[in-house]
Design a protein around this ligand. Structure first.
Ligand SMILES: [Zn+2]
Ligand SMILES: [Zn+2]
Length: 573
C-alpha cells in the first residue's frame, strides 16, 4: 500500500507531461517599458518555394502568430518567389530575402527588394550585389559539418553570421538514432527537440575571432523548413511552429513597430544587420526581460552599439529573475564575469558580449552546453578604433582598369568585323549593331531553360602576357552576364574549355576588369586556362542571369588586354 503514493505521483506526473508538455521557466519580472522595444521574430525561414521545405507563406505566418512572433524572414533557396506575399500577414510582419547557395557556403541576402537578375555564386559578388541594392549578407550555418554548406569564403562585406542554426546537417540525430526522437516528439515536441538538438560552440568561436578586428552581428538561424521534403515525399516534422517555439531573435528597437509594413521591414532589417538584438532559446526560459547595457560618461550602449571609450564603463546584465539563470560576460571571447546578474566595471577596451545559461535545464546532445541567451556585443573602444573597425568590415572595392594596357582588341571606332558573331540556343535570339563607337547586343532568351544568347569574338588570341581582360560595359538596366574565355582543348569533346567570370553591367558605362587568375570553369574543376590558346571571348547571358523569355541590351567598348590591376582604396559604407 505504501508504494501507492509514489505510483500515483508518477502517473500524475506522466499525465501532466502528456497534457502540458515541456514548459519554459518563467521570468519573475517583466521588461521595463521601452525604449528599447523588444520585437521577437524568426530570421531564416523556408517555405514550399524551397525544394526541401513545405508550407505556404500564410502557413508560416499563422505558425508565427501562434508562437506570438512579430516578424519572420522568408529565405527560400535561391528564390525570391515569396516576395509578392511580403508585408503584414496574419498580424505578422513577413520579410522576404533569399538564401543563396554560393560557391563557398550558404548566404542569406536580405533587404535588397526584388533583384533584377540572378545572383552569381561568387561570395564577393553576392556581397557586392546585396550592397548595390541596399541589402546585406548573413553567413548561414557557418560551421555546418557539410563542406558545401559551411562558410569558407573570406568575410569581406559579410555583416552577420548565424551563431546557432536549427537546419544545419548534424544538428539532429539521423537514421536509427532519430527513432527515439520521433517517438518523444509525438508526446512532447518541445522536450524532444531540446534533447535532440546538438549544439556546438564552433560558430560562436568563429564569431569571437571575427569580432577581434571588426563588428559583425550574431544571429539565430531558425532555418525552419516546415518538415522534411525530398521529391514527392514530405514528413511534416518538425513543423514551423515547433521550431519557432524553440528560439527567437529579440530585436531592440528605438520605436515599437508601427504597422506600416515598409517602415517596419526597414527597422527589422537594420536591427538584424547591426546586431541590435539577442537570441534566446525561449523553450528553456522566458528571455523577454533580459537586458544588457554599458554606461559611461560618454553615454550608453546596448547590444550591437558602440560606446566610445572614455575611462571606465559599467556593464550590467539581468536575466529577469528566471530561476537558475547564469550570465557570462565575455570580453574578446574570454570570460571576465559570471553570475545570476552582471555588474562589471570595464577598464579595458574590447568587444563585450553576454551568454546566458539555465542551470539544470535540458542541454541537448551536442558537445557543448546549449546556451539560453546569446547577446550581441557592446563595442567599447576609443573613437579612432571604432572607425578603424568599421573600415575593416567594409566591402572591398572592385578592381579597376589600370593604365598598363598591353593591346586594345577592339575600340569599336571602325566598322565591326566578321570576328564578332552571335551564339544562341534554346530558342534565344540575338543581334549586334555598331552604336556610336560601341558594340550593342540585343538579346532575348528562349522560353525554357536551358537557353543562352551570347555575343562572341571568335578569333584566336594569346593572353599569356596579360593578367586581365578589361572592357567598358553598359546595360539597359542592371544586368549580370558571364565573360567567358574559351580555350582550345585538343583531344577532348568538345575540343574547348569554358572559363568564366560573372560581370555586372549598369545603366551607366562602367570600367570592368577581369583578372585571368580568377576565371573558373562552371564546375570549378582544378586547373587554369591555357592562356596562349584562346579561341573566343563570349559575353554570355543565360537562365542563371535572367528568367527564360527575358530580353535585354548590353553595350561593350574598349576591349583590351592589360598587364595588371589596381584595387582602389575601400569605400566606407
Ligand atoms: Zn542553408
Ligand atoms: Zn536555410
Amino acid at each position: 500500500m505504501k508504494a501507492k503514493a509514489p505510483l500515483c505521483a508518477a502517473a500524475a506526473a506522466l499525465a501532466w507531461v502528456a497534457v502540458a508538455g515541456h514548459r519554459p521557466r518563467p521570468a519573475a519580472r517583466t521588461a521595463a517599458a521601452g525604449p528599447p522595444f523588444r520585437v521577437r521574430g524568426a530570421p531564416h525561414v523556408h517555405t514550399a518555394f524551397s525544394a526541401d521545405a513545405t508550407g505556404t507563406v500564410d502557413d508560416v505566418a499563422r505558425a508565427a502568430r501562434a508562437d506570438r512572433l512579430q516578424f519572420v524572414v522568408i529565405t527560400d533557396h535561391n528564390s525570391q518567389a515569396a516576395l509578392p506575399a511580403a508585408g503584414y500577414r496574419e498580424g505578422v510582419l513577413v520579410v522576404c530575402g533569399l538564401e543563396k547557395s554560393t560557391d563557398a557556403g550558404h548566404a542569406l541576402v536580405l533587404g535588397t527588394g526584388a533583384l533584377p537578375f540572378g545572383l552569381d555564386g561568387d561570395p564577393l559578388e553576392v556581397a557586392r550585389d546585396a550592397a548595390r541594392f541596399g541589402g546585406f549578407v548573413v553567413a548561414a550555418h557557418p560551421a555546418s559539418p557539410d563542406r558545401d554548406l559551411r562558410w569558407t569564403a573570406p568575410w569581406d562585406g559579410i555583416d552577420a553570421l548565424e551563431v546557432l542554426n536549427f537546419g544545419a546537417a548534424g544538428s539532429w540525430p539521423h537514421g536509427a538514432a532519430a527513432v527515439p526522437l520521433v517517438g518523444r516528439y509525438a508526446l512532447d515536441p518541445t522536450a524532444a527537440l531540446l534533447r535532440g538538438f546538438a549544439f556546438s560552440r564552433e560558430a560562436l568561436d568563429r564569431w569571437d575571432r571575427l569580432l577581434v578586428a571588426r563588428d559583425v552581428a550574431g544571429l539565430l538561424g531558425t532555418d525552419a523548413h516546415g518538415g522534411l521534403r525530398a521529391g514527392h515525399v514530405t514528413v511534416p516534422f518538425p513543423d514551423h511552429r515547433r521550431i519557432f517555439a524553440l528560439a527567437s531573435q529579440y530585436l531592440l528597437l528605438a520605436e515599437p513597430l508601427s504597422g506600416d509594413a515598409d517602415r517596419d521591414t526597414r527597422r527589422v532589417l537594420d536591427a538584424l544587420r547591426q546586431g541590435r538584438s539577442y537570441l534566446a532559446m525561449d523553450a528553456l526560459g522566458d528571455a523577454s526581460a533580459f537586458s544588457f547595457e554599458a554606461t559611461s560618461p560618454a553615454g550608453r550602449a546596448g547590444p550591437g552599439e558602440d560606446l566610445p571609450q572614455s575611462g571606465p564603463a559599467r556593464l550590467t546584465a539581468d536575466a529577469g529573475g528566471v530561476e537558475g539563470a547564469r550570465l557570462v560576460l565575455r570580453r574578446d571571447g574570454g570570460v571576465v564575469a559570471e553570475g545570476p546578474r552582471i555588474d562589471y566595471v570595464a577598464n579595458l577596451s574590447g568587444v563585450y558580449r553576454v551568454e546566458g545559461f539555465l542551470d539544470g535545464a535540458p542541454s541537448g546532445r551536442g558537445p557543448d552546453p546549449l546556451p539560453w541567451i546569446v547577446s550581441n556585443p557592446v563595442y567599447l573602444f576609443p573613437p579612432e578604433e571604432l572607425a578603424a573597425r568599421r573600415e575593416r568590415g567594409a566591402l572591398p572595392a572592385a578592381a579597376v582598369r589600370p593604365a598598363g594596357t598591353i593591346e586594345v582588341l577592339d575600340d569599336f571606332t571602325r566598322p565591326t568585323g566578321a570576328e564578332w558573331q552571335v551564339d544562341r540556343d534554346g530558342g534565344a535570339a540575338g543581334a549586334w549593331h555598331d552604336d556610336g563607337g560601341a558594340l550593342r547586343f540585343d538579346f532575348r532568351l528562349g522560353p525554357r531553360a536551358p537557353t543562352h544568347a551570347a555575343l562572341v569574338r571568335w578569333a584566336p588570341l594569346d593572353l599569356s602576357r596579360a593578367t586581365a581582360l578589361a572592357l567598358r560595359v553598359r546595360g539597359d538596366r542592371p544586368l549580370r552576364f558571364d565573360l567567358q574565355v574559351r580555350t582550345a582543348w585538343p583531344g577532348h569533346t568538345p575540343d574547348m574549355r569554358v572559363w568564366r567570370r560573372s560581370v555586372r553591367a549598369e545603366p551607366e558605362w562602367s570600367d570592368v576588369a577581369v583578372a585571368l587568375d580568377t576565371l573558373k570553369t562552371y564546375d570549378h574543376e582544378p586547373g587554369a586556362p591555357d592562356r596562349a590558346h584562346v579561341v573566343g571571348l563570349y559575353v554570355h547571358v543565360d537562365e542563371s542571369n535572367l528568367a527564360p523569355g527575358s530580353s535585354g541590351t548590353l553595350w561593350i567598348d574598349d576591349l583590351a588586354l592589360v598587364r595588371a590591376l589596381e584595387t582602389p582604396a575601400p569605400v566606407l559604407r
